[in-house]
Design a protein around this ligand. Structure first.
Ligand code: ARG
Ligand code: ZN
Length: 466
């Protein structure tokens, strides 16, 4: 149906006198209200995302040669204008743009840092569906985040480790790169024969010809750009369907295979346990990408298929897969709310241990609470990391999880597990904010939780009463 809308729209656009659009484009200051903003308005990453439109779908065709590190890309982006637009931005860092069309008409563009500024031939009406095609190529490079970590397309000895939280999507495709804008994705990834290219969702097919293999992947459920991957390497591949009908695809660097095998074997039981606690698994596909990449130093919950820079331990597997509910399906709307991702995924680790013969969550809480006031744990309150430089620091993970434990002890297990599950269910394939979560918990428990959340999320230093 989307396609017919686009086609019908094209017919209408073609019928509009070109002079009318030209007048509007050239209207100067009077047209300021028709220019899409350069950012989504997130103070931590002001240029991430853009204003004025909403992407429904990305069709990404990417060829990559690990030896020369050259990438050829074509992105077909289907979006809807949320305002009248004479001009709009995409995020793209580095790479060379060779052409852009909007609804099949050549568009003009310029580069301004990470902003790819697009001026369509004809202005877009508010509510109009439009299709942007960007062809681009070059040698993708990761960005360095404010915390010093690498993010985006990270070359490895046999391909690339592709993990884009929070802002790296723009290093490999033109995107509306802010979590507020989720979309479905199709990937067509072409790599030299013998390499595997792994993206999100379901593998539709793979085909080898003339020494190159093309992998087609489809991510049907909405996804934030930071959760997209197109990791390339030499991988052992394993595919199966779980008892719940989830399609699993594991790609494992042979150098990590022996260490990874016993943990990856537990994926179906981890997903089944998490589904029992958090509600039905939100996606039709699952899996893992284990790609040796010591320069990365972290794992990421890439949607349906987390990527690990070395063989994960069980706790990390539990963490990244818990993010499929908390972060991927229910997505934050501003990076300040990152505890909604990391605090929840960390608490999932505590719960897993508690229910599998390990430490109780209370014990984990207690040993953390015993940390001295000078500890990093108390450096800032998790509800306010202060800047993008601290979104992955200890307080976000550990004190974020402690906040959930305080909630649990305040409302009791029955209500607490109901909250976790119904939060994930109600906001599935959508978004959630900290304020919404607090209201949600108060509504479910019938309790005033203002002080609890204020103390644990927003108050500096070690809270006095455990
Ligand atoms: N969200 C990841 C996790 O599961 C961490 C990502 C860190 N990213 C970064 N650029 N440092 O905890
Ligand atoms: Zn995490």
């Amino acid at each position: 149906t989307r396609r017919t809308t686009v086609l019908r729209r094209e017919a209408v656009v073609a019928a509009v006198p070109v002079a009318v659009a030209a007048l509007l484009v050239g209207a100067g200051p009077a047209a300021a209200g028709t220019v899409g903003s350069a950012g989504a308005g997130d103070p931590y990453f002001p240029l991430s995302g853009n204003g004025g439109y909403d992407v429904h779908h990305y069709g990404l065709a990417i060829g990559y040669d690990p030896q020369s590190r050259h990438l050829d890309g074509k992105a077909v982006i289907t979006a809807r204008a949320t305002q009248r637009l004479t001009r709009f931005d995409l995020d793209l860092e580095g790479l060379k743009v060779t052409g852009i069309t909007v609804d099949h008409a050549k568009a003009s563009f310029r580069r301004d840092g990470q902003e790819l500024v697009v001026t369509p031939r004809d202005a877009l009406c508010k509510g109009q569906e439009f299709r942007v095609t960007v062809t681009y190529s070059g040698t993708p490079k990761p960005v360095t985040d404010p915390d010093g970590s690498l993010d985006g397309w990270i070359p490895t000895d046999d391909g690339a480790f592709v993990a884009s939280e929070p802002q790296g999507a723009m290093t490999w495709f033109p995107a509306n790169s802010h979590p507020t804008d989720k979309a479905s994705y199709d990937f067509t990834l072409t790599v030299p024969k013998g390499r595997t290219a792994v993206a999100n969702g379901v593998l539709l097919g793979q085909k080898t010809a003339h020494g190159r293999t093309t992998f087609r992947w489809r991510q049907s459920e909405p996804m934030a750009a930071y959760l997209a991957t197109a990791t390339v390497g030499k991988f052992d591949v394993e595919q199966y369907t779980t008892a719940d009908g989830i399609k699993v695809y594991n790609a494992v660097d042979p150098r990590e295979a022996a260490a990874a095998a016993p943990v990856l074997k537990k994926l179906p039981s981890v997903l089944a346990w998490e589904s029992k606690i958090f509600g039905p698994y939100p996606f039709r596909a699952a899996g893992s990408i284990v790609d040796r990449a010591p320069q990365v130093g972290y794992a990421l919950e890439t949607q349906t298929r987390p990527v690990y820079d070395s063989a994960p331990d069980l706790s990390t597997l539990v963490h990244e897969n818990a993010h499929q509910w908390f972060g991927d399906s229910v997505t934050l709307t501003r990076w300040k709310d990152i505890w909604l991702n990391e605090g929840f995924a960390t608490y999932a680790e505590w719960l897993y241990a508690e229910q599998h013969g390990g430490k109780s969550a209370q014990k984990t809480f207690n040993s953390l609470y015993a940390s001295p006031a000078s500890s990093d744990l108390w450096a800032f309150p998790p509800g306010d990391p202060g800047s993008g430089a601290h979104i992955f620091d200890t307080p976000v993970y550990a004190r974020g999880a402690m906040t959930l434990h305080k909630l649990r002890t305040a409302v009791g297990d029955r209500v607490f597990f109901h909250i976790l599950r119904s939060w994930a269910t109600h906001h599935r394939d959508g978004h959630g904010t900290t304020a919404q979560f607090i209201r949600f918990a108060e509504h479910a428990s019938g309790k005033d939780l203002t002080t609890l959340f204020h103390t644990w999320l927003d108050t500096s230093g070690k809270p006095s009463a455990p």
